[in-house]
Design a protein around this ligand. Structure first.
Ligand SMILES: Nc1nc2c(c(=O)[nH]1)N(C=O)[C@@H](CNc1ccc(C(=O)N[C@@H](CCC(=O)O)C(=O)O)cc1)CN2
Ligand SMILES: Nc1nc2c(ncn2[C@@H]2O[C@H](COP(=O)(O)OP(=O)(O)OP(=O)(O)O)[C@@H](O)[C@H]2O)c(=O)[nH]1
Ligand SMILES: [Mg+2]
Length: 455
């Protein structure tokens, strides 16, 4: 329990209907009562019941008509005694209210301090704190739902269950190592392989669900690339259903990378239209092509755009070669014109995940493209299964997953259970870090400092 009582504005600054000032700590209700004048003071009302009244300044003069409420310790967001004053929005009422509270002794809250107190009082763990941050930052319905699942503890629970199973298996493997001459080995080789197979399956599934969650919160970056004039910018406009990018018949129209958000089935996409790839004619074009390559680096998926109305040429082949090793789809554009590029030819150009025919000009195949993009990156089955996780939590899952795979391979190939035991330990410590079990204060500070003041 913290001794200091903190206060902050919990709603965004600026003109709004209502502004909420929050207090947390032992003096919350008392100090709220110093400026609140209702039918009864909060001290005489039931917790969690809104009371109507006025706020008064130090001379007793009213300055706003408000609603106020208090929460008992153990039954509040922070787990401490809390009070809230719901003022009118705008810049003045909440500011005067806060100034009064600070004059009474309430300390201005630091970024994320309310949530930090919820963590310190044991009401939530750090994975749930991450989920609260993701809830506030969600940019799509699917992202919001994934965050709420993690807030309900889904990620922590599943990771903790997996960690327990790994610990149990480690104990068995190490018992076998310590007493190699025992008559009955605690686990036979095939049994161990089977156990490891099931653990690695769970780790893979959890990783995929969290990867989906991360994509939902960050958005899927999709880069449109190809040689000049194939219709990349036209495609961007068709996807957005508005003329965002300049389109001309001149090759080399797009110079900078154009970015535009789009949401499909609740999944946020982040589209990147790029300068056409070819041997540059001048310095401006060369710089534009550098940016195309940077966009490719950032992209979760690339769309290789081809002009289906003209035979493929060396520029197409060079553009395709930039995509080797990157997940991409091949789009044969201008399907409203006579076809000059066969499906097989398009497929032979690069190891892409699929070939789609479309017409940016006529809008043909655009819906199918959006659908394919989401399915390719997220996997349609996983959308409802998404769990929110931070980038570093996902990294720990990746480590746990490959350590389990490695242990399984070693045992299957008879390469020694001692090495497998080391891999199990590695997997377990990755999950320890994911669950923030090592109690690293600096890490907690880092999480809460990403919150806004008042949360
Ligand atoms: N006005 C207002 N709206 C808000 C919040 C708030 O603090 N104030 N929240 C936050 O910023 C969110 C709601 N989150 C909350 C989470 C837990 C508890 C709470 O009292 N938990 C207790 C008791 C649970 C119960 O009795 O149902 C607990 O978990 O022990 C309250 C709010 C969103 N809306
Ligand atoms: N018939 C037809 N023409 C298209 C289609 N898509 C684009 N075009 C035309 O192709 C030309 C080039 O289109 P852009 O969208 O500017 O091509 P780009 O790939 O962005 O070109 P750069 O920015 O120069 O790399 C324009 O004249 C478009 O009108 C299509 O689906 N059908
Ligand atoms: Mg363009």
């Amino acid at each position: 329990m913290q001794n200091e009582t903190i206060a902050a504005l919990s709603t965004a600054l600026g003109e709004s209907a209502i502004a909420i000032v929050r207090l947390s700590g032992p003096q919350s209700r008392r100090w709220a009562d110093c400026l609140f004048r209702g039918r009864r003071p909060l001290a005489e009302t039931e917790p969690r019941f809104m009371s109507h009244g006025r706020l008064v300044d130090e001379r007793g003069e009213p300055f706003d008509e408000v609603l106020a409420v208090w929460f008992a310790p153990g039954r509040s967001y922070t787990g401490e005694e809390m009070a809230e004053i719901h003022c009118h929005g705008g810049n003045m009422a909440a500011r005067l209210c806060l100034e009064r509270l600070h004059a009474l002794g309430a300390r201005p809250a630091k970024a994320g301090e309310f949530t930090q107190r919820a963590f310190l009082s044991g009401r939530i763990d750090l994975a749930q704190a991450e989920a609260i941050l993701a809830t506030i930052r969600a940019r799509s319905e699917a992202g919001l739902k994934a965050a709420q699942k993690s807030l309900a503890g889904d990620l922590s629970r599943r990771a903790a269950t997996l960690r327990e199973k790994i610990l149990d298996l480690s104990a068995l493997v190490e018992a076998g190592l310590d007493y190699p001459d025992e008559e009955l080995p605690p686990l036979t080789g095939p049994e161990l392989v089977e156990e490891l197979r099931s653990l690695s399956g769970e780790a893979h599934l959890l990783f995929d669900r969290c990867r989906t969650g991360l994509l939902l919160s960050q958005g899927i970056a999709v880069a449109l690339v190809g040689k000049p004039n194939v219709g990349k910018s036209s495609l961007l406009n068709a996807l957005l259903a508005r003329p965002r990018a300049l389109v001309t018949a001149v090759a080399g129209t797009t110079r900078d990378v154009l970015e535009a958000p789009l949401s499909h089935r609740g999944v946020p996409l982040h589209l990147l239209d790029t300068a056409g790839l070819r041997v540059p004619l001048d310095e401006v074009e060369a710089l534009g092509i550098d940016r195309t390559m940077e966009a490719l680096e950032r992209a979760d998926l690339a769309l290789l755009v081809l002009d289906g109305s003209a035979p493929l040429d060396d520029d197409d082949r060079r553009a395709a070669s930039r995509l080797v090793g990157r997940p991409h789809l091949t789009l044969v554009n201008k399907s409203d014109l006579p076809h000059r590029v066969g499906d097989d030819e398009a497929r032979a150009l690069s190891p892409s995940l699929g070939v789609l025919r479309l017409s940016a000009r006529e809008g043909e195949g655009i819906e199918a493209l959006k659908e394919t993009v989401v399915d390719t990156v997220v996997g349609s089955g996983l959308l409802d299964e998404a769990l929110n996780a931070s980038a570093s939590q996902l990294e720990e899952l990746r480590l746990a997953r490959s350590a389990l795979d490695e242990a399984r391979r070693l045992v299957r190939e008879g390469l020694g259970e001692d090495v497998a035991a080391a891999n199990l330990t590695e997997a377990r410590s990755a999950l320890d870090r994911l669950l923030f079990l090592d109690g690293d204060d600096a890490l907690a500070e880092r999480i809460f400092s990403r919150f806004c003041v008042g949360k």
